[in-house]
Design a protein around this ligand. Structure first.
Ligand SMILES: Nc1ncnc2c1ncn2[C@@H]1O[C@H](COP(=O)(O)OP(=O)(O)OP(=O)(O)O)[C@@H](O)[C@H]1O
Ligand SMILES: [Mg+2]
Length: 480
């Protein structure tokens, strides 16, 4: 306990000794009251508290599966702890969610130093379902059904029934802004926030001062997004009027704290994934720079072509990541294969060869999206096949045409690469075609073959459309 306090809190040694004295009696109280006892302290440079001591009753089966010492306590889960800390008063909460996600009745009292400053809180928790709440303030029931029925018109008794079942907080205030109806969720919320016994007929702004802006706002129907004490609330307000006279105000309050936390987590995740793509791309560029550096440092001319081939392969892979990063605002990870083909093959045509080649990419109305993993394979396949046409089909700087074309039906996608060059003379395959064969077979579960043609070459890659490949059929044929 001393170690945790020294590490995570700003308590002095004397204050820690006070807490240690309290802690030495925890087990006795836990056994006596059949309650779970804890001491929490505020953490330094943080809005959160930390559990520094605990004792579980030895008489019953524990609701805590593991020790919670050293765990962080959040205000949204245990508001009573923070209330007691700030106000220096006792707090009673009927529905705190424990570290293990269970519901308990929680009593909290402050522990003070000799200057009456709060140095920690002593907490006692009892499981709620073997316990009937004492005292009217924690009764989990609604009130003011008649008022609600009247405001909503006539004798529609069903309305309160329905609002009693709502998870959202449903409140009604009268023309003087005093609380006349609350569903059970509302009763829980207000008693937790105010720790007051009597809430019916109290001015709502005394109970929940943060609603001031909601009541001040002139519009009769409006939705507010409020943040109080790190709770995110959506408040819907409806003023009910009769002949221009205010009859009352209906409030529907939704606690979206958990939702917002999840949203933030998701955003963090996609930021991390983006960062990884960036690093992959940057690392590939570093590898490419190293190779280029090596090429400049005197080396045999005959190896140049191998280095260039390797560089092209690296560029093809990094194109996939460049495309993902360029689309990062759309927040999806899928790569558009037509765009990728355009990027990979036009870089080859522009940079590598002096020959005059007309490059045509035909999508045939297909918009094909796939995962980065499959896209890397497709980029490499296109790189090898287009490069072969550029390298072998047009000797002596003959002008020519290369066509990359996509066809699809419900189950298969076909990628055709034609050129009108000299055609394949012998079929001795080297590393390039080996890479294509391997990727088509192992990664795409497909088939690679050359079609017999009179002029030039015609390579075809066919592979089944899996869950990783999505095809949209566009009306316009966006060939380029
Ligand atoms: N479009 C084409 N037109 C004419 N010949 C081709 C064509 N594509 C491939 N070839 C022939 O097939 C052979 C094998 O191609 P492959 O891609 O395996 O090797 P490479 O291109 O010579 O070297 P690398 O391993 O760098 O790709 C080539 O050497 C070439 O003779
Ligand atoms: Mg090749």
């Amino acid at each position: 306990m001393k170690q945790i306090c020294q590490l995570y809190t700003e308590l002095t040694l004397e204050e820690i000794i006070i807490l240690e004295n309290v802690a030495s009696t925890l087990q006795l109280y836990a056994d006596l009251n059949n309650a779970y006892m804890f001491i929490d302290c505020m953490m330094k440079n943080s809005e959160q508290a930390i559990v520094v001591a605990e004792a579980f009753p030895r008489t019953s089966e524990s609701i805590y599966e593991n020790s919670v010492v050293g765990k962080i306590v959040f205000e949204s889960f245990e508001p009573g702890v923070f209330y007691s800390y700030r106000a220096g008063k006792k707090s009673l909460t009927s529905q705190a969610v424990t570290q293990e996600g269970k519901t308990v009745e929680q009593s909290v009292i402050p522990i003070k130093n000799d200057k009456h400053q709060v140095i920690g809180v002593l907490i006692s928790e009892e499981e709620i379902y073997n316990h009937t709440p004492i005292g009217s303030s924690y009764k989990n029931v609604s009130f003011g059904q008649d008022e609600l029925s009247e405001v909503l018109g006539g004798n529609s008794r069903e309305v309160p029934m329905i609002s009693d079942l709502l998870m959202e907080i449903f409140l009604l205030t009268d023309k003087d802004d005093c609380l006349t109806y609350s569903n059970p969720a509302g009763v829980n919320f207000i008693t937790e926030m105010t720790l007051m016994d009597k809430i019916q007929h109290q001015p709502i702004l005394e109970l929940l001062p943060f609603l001031q802006s909601v009541y001040d706002f002139k519009e009769d129907v409006f939705i507010f997004d409020l943040t109080i004490d790190r709770k995110n609330l959506i408040v819907k307000k409806i003023r009910v009027k009769e002949k221009e006279q205010l009859k009352g105000t209906l409030l529907l309050i939704q606690d979206v704290t958990e939702l917002r936390t999840k949203e933030k987590e998701l955003m963090m995740k996609s930021v991390v994934i983006q960062e990884i793509h960036h690093r992959v791309k940057n690392n590939l560029q570093t590898v490419a720079s190293l190779l280029r550096l090596q090429m400049r440092k005197g080396f045999p001319e005959e190896s140049k072509v191998y280095f260039e081939d390797t560089l092209n392969r690296i560029y093809s892979i990094s194109s996939v990541y460049e495309l993902i990063l360029a689309n990062s605002n759309t927040d999806d990870e899928d790569v558009n294969i037509i765009e990728l083909t355009r990027k990979v093959s036009s870089t080859l045509v522009l940079n590598e060869y002096a020959i005059k080649v007309n490059l045509v990419i035909e999508s045939n109305g297909n918009k094909i999206l796939t995962t980065s993993r499959k896209a890397v394979s497709i980029a490499l396949i296109i790189n090898e096949l287009v490069q072969n046409s550029l390298k072998h089909a047009f000797p002596e700087d003959l002008a020519g045409e290369i066509v990359v074309s996509f066809y699809s039906n419900k189950t298969f996608l076909e990628l055709h690469i034609f050129d009108n060059g000299v055609g394949m003379k012998e079929s001795k395959s080297s590393l390039g075609l080996e890479i294509v064969h391997n990727l088509v077979l192992n990664d795409l579960n497909g088939e690679f073959r050359y079609m017999p043609v009179k002029l030039g070459t015609h390579a075809v890659v066919t592979f089944p459309i899996s869950s990783e490949v999505i095809i949209y059929h566009e009306k316009e044929n966006t060939n380029s």
